[in-house]
Ligand binder design. Structure first.
Ligand SMILES: O=C(O)CCC(=O)C(=O)O
Length: 305
């Protein structure tokens, strides 16, 4: 956590306070039009390479309605490993300066993903806390969402519950298995209180790892691609049994984005639930959530559960 004695690099004190209070922020104009265009060129390249797929891979998650004749990508997994443009953006001040203001100078990547949410069929993501998937020894962890398209009320914006990051970790289990989604009713949350994170392409959203969030099916005629970088303070370590990755210290340290690593975790008093047992079918969040009895949003056209 930023000790607040360091001067802020790019956020205003009001923005830093809003993040601490609400658990999310939207900042317009962080990423240039040239970089956004370069990201779209990379998406076109990756989409072209994936057009003959018939099943999910380690790089690509497919929409339920995908066919090789009508290719539909739901998510590009670990896009920074597939694109130098996306890797460079992740390490740039456009992304890391506000994160340093919120988490301090020592930063490590937890994960990256590019949710395509294409016009007319882009899949919803049911309500959840990222923390339910990967609890760490402290919760100085957030996700930066880079808006690669204009994000509006119509095209399935990320929706967040302000202040929910200061509450409990909610039950994300169903039928005895971790299912990656929660019941708003059981948590005492009213969907009407969710706030939409919207802005023109080039904006970023930032949400705290414990903030309750989700996003609806894209029913509009406009794509809504958002590139997420999940970033942790370097002294946050994944808790055993969670889905946080810690295969080896070497691999863990290869994910440093800025500053210095440590082998001394900072352990704070945070509520934790372990996402075990894992569901019968593993895979992306979309596949995990399909196994829940709780469905926050209507599913899109295509194969249904
Ligand atoms: O793409 C979105 O709007 C939701 C992102 C999200 O919560 C996730 O991928 O875990």
């Amino acid at each position: 956590m930023n000790d607040m004695t360091r001067p802020l690099e790019c956020l205003t004190p009001e923005q830093a306070e809003a993040y601490a209070r609400d658990g999310y922020l939207v900042l317009e104009g962080r990423v240039s039009a040239q970089v956004i265009a370069a990201c779209h060129a990379e998406i076109d390249r990756i989409r072209n390479e994936a057009r003959h797929l018939t099943a999910h891979t380690d790089q690509i998650d497919l929409e339920d309605s995908h066919t090789p004749d009508d290719p539909r990508i739901r998510r590009i997994k670990l896009p920074h490993k597939q694109s130098a443009v996306i890797d460079d953006l992740m390490r740039s001040d456009a992304i890391l300066a506000p994160v340093r203001d919120l988490l301090g100078p020592n930063l490590r990547l937890q994960n990256s993903k590019l949710n395509m949410k294409s016009a007319r069929y882009g899949a919803p993501v049911d309500w959840h806390q990222d923390w339910s998937f990967y609890p760490y020894t402290n919760d100085d962890i957030l996700a930066v969402g880079v808006f690669l398209d204009d994000v509006t009320e119509e095209n399935g914006p990320l929706m967040v519950f302000p202040g929910s990051h200061r509450g409990p970790v909610h039950d994300h289990h169903s039928d005895g298995y971790f299912a990656g989604t929660m019941s708003l009713a059981a948590a005492g949350l009213d969907p009407k209180d969710a706030v939409r994170a919207m802005g023109p392409a080039g904006s970023i959203s930032i949400h705290h790892v414990r903030t309750v969030h989700g996003s609806d099916l894209n029913r509009s005629s406009r794509d809504r691609a958002v590139l997420f970088y999940e970033i942790a303070a370097a002294d946050a370590f994944p808790i055993a049994g969670s889905m946080g990755m810690f295969p080896s210290l070497e691999e863990f340290d290869s994910r440093m984005l800025f500053g210095r690593s440590t082998i001394e975790p900072r352990v704070t008093n945070v509520p934790v639930r372990i996402p075990q047992p894992q569901p019968p079918t593993q895979g992306s969040i979309y596949e995990i959530q399909k196994q829940s009895a709780v469905q926050g949003f209507e599913r899109g056209p295509g194969k249904r559960m």
